[in-house]
Design a protein around this ligand. Sequence first.
Ligand SMILES: [Zn+2]
Length: 83
Amino acid sequence: MARFRKRKKQKAPATVLFTSEKNDEGERQSCVFAQCHLSEFSVGPIWGHGDASVKRALATLTEKCDCPAQFHQNKEQQGKRLA
Ligand SMILES: [Zn+2]
């Protein structure tokens, strides 16, 4: 089990997965998924492989994740980043 103390500004490690998915038009498009290490909750796809996409994925994760962290950190990357 993950153990964590509730305190302000706690950071949770997260994995950012660089991959691609079909978009609404059925075209393959680069995207990222982000997964929290504490709750294993994941969000995505967030389109794009750029820093902005990674930031948005982590922000979305923080919004939706059940863990008490107020920030998710890009601790681990998986997949091939095409930027
Ligand atoms: Zn979390």
